[in-house]
Every structure is written in C-alpha cells, then in structure tokens.
Write a protein that binds this ligand. Structure first.
Ligand SMILES: NC(=O)c1ccc[n+]([C@@H]2O[C@H](COP(=O)([O-])OP(=O)(O)OC[C@H]3O[C@@H](n4cnc5c(N)ncnc54)[C@H](O)[C@@H]3O)[C@@H](O)[C@H]2O)c1
Length: 272
C-alpha cells in the first residue's frame, strides 16, 4: 500500500468493502471518508458528513467515488468547490457502474477544477482482500496516478488493467456483479439439499464448503476450469447425470449468456 492520501466519497456496501480491505492491509493510507451514515473508529480515518468538513491540511492524491451515480455530480461539485487548488495533482477513481470518465471529469471542470479520472470495477470480496478489479485510466491521467490506483486496488485483491473504457462493461457484468451469481448458486444448492432431506445447517455447510473448495482449486491449481470439471465427472456417474441437465444449451449456457448480456445492457443504460 503506497503512502498516500485518499478521500473516499461513499462508504456503503462497496466503499465499505474497500475501506475494510485497506484498513486490514499492512500500511493503510491516510483516509478521509465522506459518508452520511458510516462511522469508523480508526486512527487512519477521519469521517466527515459533508464536503465542506474536509480538514484544512488534507490534500487528497485520489478521490474514490463510491456513491450511487445519481448523486455523483453533487458530490464532485461540492468537493471540487471545497478543495479547489488542493486538487491540482489529484485524480478521481470512480467505482460506479456506468458513469464515464468524460462525464465525471466534466462535472469537476464545471465546478472550476481540471481533474483526470480513472475508473475501476472492484467487487465485494475486496472486504477480505479477495477482490478482483478491472481498472481503466483516461489518457490524461499521469503514470503516478495510475500506479497509485493500481496499488490501492492491489491491496484488496487482483487487478486487471483494460486499455479501453468500454471493456469495463464486460468487467462489470462478469466480476462486479459476479459475486451475486455465486451467492445465488449457494442459495439454490442449499434449497436443493434440503429438498432432498438434509437439514438446513448441513445443506448450508455443504453448499458453502463446496463453493469455497472449488474456488480455492481454481485459484491455486494451474489446471483450467474444464479440466477440473472433468476430473469430478466419473463416466456414467452422478456428476455426469447432473451436468447432462446443466449443460443443455437452453440450461446454463443460455442462462449465463442472457444474464451477462442483461448486465452489460444495464451498464450501458447507466452510462447514458
Ligand atoms: N455493491 C457492489 O457490489 C458494487 C460493486 C462494484 C461497484 N459498485 C458501485 O459502487 C457504487 C455504490 O454502490 P453501493 O452498493 O456501495 O451503494 P450503497 O448505497 O451501499 O452506498 C452508497 C453510500 O453513499 C452514501 N451517500 C449517499 N449520498 C451521499 C452524499 N451526498 N455524500 C456522501 N455520501 C453519500 C450513502 O450513505 C451510502 O453509504 C455504485 O455506483 C455501484 O455501481 C457496487
């Protein structure tokens, strides 16, 4: 983690996950957190409720925008007006789905300050240091700003840099939203286990343990997912019976394709 000053605007589900991950990292940055509700009792964190309460001696290197897109312009305007020249070397790092770098930089420019923007799409496993983020830097960002943002995201998981902003649509659909698909699978496995006579507690342990173990194998072994799947699948056995349902073209292949396409479409709509 670099020695750097971060202003985190919005500390809800995603902003909170990032904050928790950064606080658990070896050298937490100095942070001012702007949020209407969040409290935090940590020596590295100053909580403020409105932009005009940013401490006078605080000049952020990076302003992380983790509010909902609808309030982003107000937040950028009030921060830009309060910080003025203190934003001279700063960049925005937006983690919002949809909002483009150009639209966010334009909001700052309208409030009187030029400020380059990077966009990242992290996910909530960042809260335990197991996130994966896509990162895009607009052409006017400096190498230092890009490295700072890369380091910040690396402190809470893996980082994949993309060279075109439109690639964040796929990143959002796959990884930003992705944990929800896995949690849904856990819910469905638990329900199916109970339907076949397992207690709620047993079904829960089996579903969670299976997803955890499979996730670790994907992460820690060199084999690709197909090889790992085939190793579980005995000829004419139970797995083959289950997969003959799931792998029907109109089952998981189509459902996953439709789900990712719907998420990409929604990210496009949010971008306006
Ligand atoms: N939740 C996720 O898994 C996830 C993943 C990737 C990206 N995102 C993106 O992160 C952003 C936030 O999503 P979330 O799920 O954390 O939402 P959230 O509602 O949990 O958090 C938003 C936070 O913003 C605060 N807030 C609202 N108005 C404010 C203001 N004017 N000034 C300061 N703070 C204000 C709220 O108090 C809240 O804590 C969204 O744009 C979303 O696209 C979310």
């Amino acid at each position: 983690m670099p020695s750097t000053s971060i202003l985190l605007a919005g500390c809800g589900k995603l902003g909170g996950a990032l904050l928790d991950g950064w606080l658990a990292s070896p050298n937490p940055p100095r942070m001012v957190v702007l949020d209407r509700h969040r409290n935090c009792d940590n020596e590295n964190v100053t909580i403020i409720r409105s932009a005009d309460s940013v401490p006078d001696d605080f000049a952020p290197d990076i302003i992380v925008l983790a509010v909902k897109p609808a309030v982003a312009d107000d937040v950028i305007t009030s921060l830009t007006q309060t910080l003025g020249q203190r934003l001279e070397n700063a960049a925005f790092l937006s983690v919002m789905a949809g909002r483009t770098c150009a639209s966010l930089s334009a909001a700052a420019q309208k409030a009187g300050q030029k400020c380059p923007t990077l966009r990242a799409m992290p996910n909530t496993p960042s809260t335990i240091g197991a996130g994966v983020s896509g990162l895009y830097a607009a052409p006017d960002c400096t190498e230092t700003q890009t490295r700072l943002c890369h380091d910040l995201l690396s402190a809470v998981g893996d980082v994949v840099e993309v060279s075109e902003e439109k690639d964040l649509l796929g990143v959002t659909a796959l990884a930003g939203s992705g944990p929800a698909y896995v949690f849904l699978l856990a819910e469905l496995l638990e329900k199916a286990g109970q339907a076949h006579g397992l207690s709620a507690e047993t079904a829960r342990r089996l579903a969670r343990g299976t997803i955890y173990g499979a996730g670790r194998m994907l992460n820690e072994l060199p084999d690709d997912a197909e090889t790992l799947r085939k190793a579980v699948t005995s000829p004419n056995g139970t797995t083959a019976a289950a997969l003959s349902e799931l792998m029907q073209e109109e089952a998981w292949p189509r459902a996953v394709d439709k789900a990712i396409s719907a998420a990409v479409r929604r990210a496009e709509e949010l971008a306006g």
